[in-house]
Design a protein around this ligand. Sequence first.
Ligand SMILES: Nc1ncnc2c1ncn2[C@@H]1O[C@H](COP(=O)(O)OP(=O)(O)OP(=O)(O)O)[C@@H](O)[C@H]1O
Ligand SMILES: [Mg+2]
Length: 356
Amino acid sequence: MAELSLRNVSKQFGTVEVIRDLSLDIPSGEFAVFLGPSGCGKSTLLRMIAGLEAVGRGEIHLGGTRIDTMAPGDRGVAMVFQHYALYPHMTVRENMAFGLRNIGTPQAEIDRKIADAAEMLEIGELLARKPTQLSGGQRQRVAIGRAIVKQPRAFLFDEPLSNLDAALRSRTRIELARLHQRVSSTMIFVTHDQVEAMTMATRIVVMNQGRIEQVGTPMEIYQRPRTRFVAGFIGAPAMNFLTIAGVTERGGMAVARLPDGSEVATVIPIAAVSSGGLTLGVRAEHVLPGGGAAAKVDVIERLGERTLVYANFADGSSVVYDEPGDVRLSVGDSVALTIDGTAAHLFGPDGFALHG
Ligand SMILES: Nc1ncnc2c1ncn2[C@@H]1O[C@H](COP(=O)(O)OP(=O)(O)OP(=O)(O)O)[C@@H](O)[C@H]1O
Ligand SMILES: [Mg+2]
């Protein structure tokens, strides 16, 4: 049975529907990431689970209990925000103790829970400090600690890493993944950062305009995006999309013809191709230097271990592809590129991927 279950949940602000008849089941102990562009409704959904926002229509169940009708404090969830929301006049220890004291937890138990959380998060030396005496990363750890001591059934994180610098962000990502391995609680993490989603999630929920586009493991989403939106949102650099001149058939599989006449033999059954107006999708690592179609180098991005090369085909369409870190190339160079058709996707005019 699902641990967290959203059943036909909708939410309207005035006349604007921001969550549209959304249903979702998250099994117990998962690290689920709600991923989507700004404004798609991620925070609204999380706040409805937390009880900070009333549900418009539908039901929310946690651990077999309907919670959307319960007061926030009774739901068994703990939320961590982007802005840490620590009490500025209290020490770290007092911040962590506050919620427990409110529900009448005995002092000895409070002390033990704080000690456990402080050890897990390595904030033992900070317990006597006030929030202003902490770095951003330390504050975020305290905010997480305050959630941990509540021993919630589910942790709810709303972009908790976006105020941290890049190095701290990647360290905290690893800490959260480790935390998830240690505590058995279900975690729901909201972000618009696809790297955070790919690296931490056991299950990604891709959202767009108040709806779910796809639910799957990070690699399912990466390798088999259900829609062009998902394909373009996951992966850096973004997937290449090429307009194709037509589709033929070879051995039962679709062969896409590019505007310059070169062919890309896919492993998508021709039977799945029912319409024209198709788009070919291919990731940078599946556009291979050598052979195929002629292109001109437009921009070179050196990342150290790899180089991203943006090149234009004769018809004006452009692709980004991978070269080794130390490749010798200059803007304006001519290159020949082959698309690995076995890793290519086809999207219909409705935005849905054609699959076998
Ligand atoms: N209290 C409110 N009143 C009216 N509209 C709201 C309110 N809260 C959110 N919205 C609107 O609802 C939509 C979804 O907002 P939400 O905060 O859930 O987006 P989000 O996916 O979390 O975005 P971001 O990544 O920018 O945080 C947005 O269009 C937003 O403007
Ligand atoms: Mg938000």
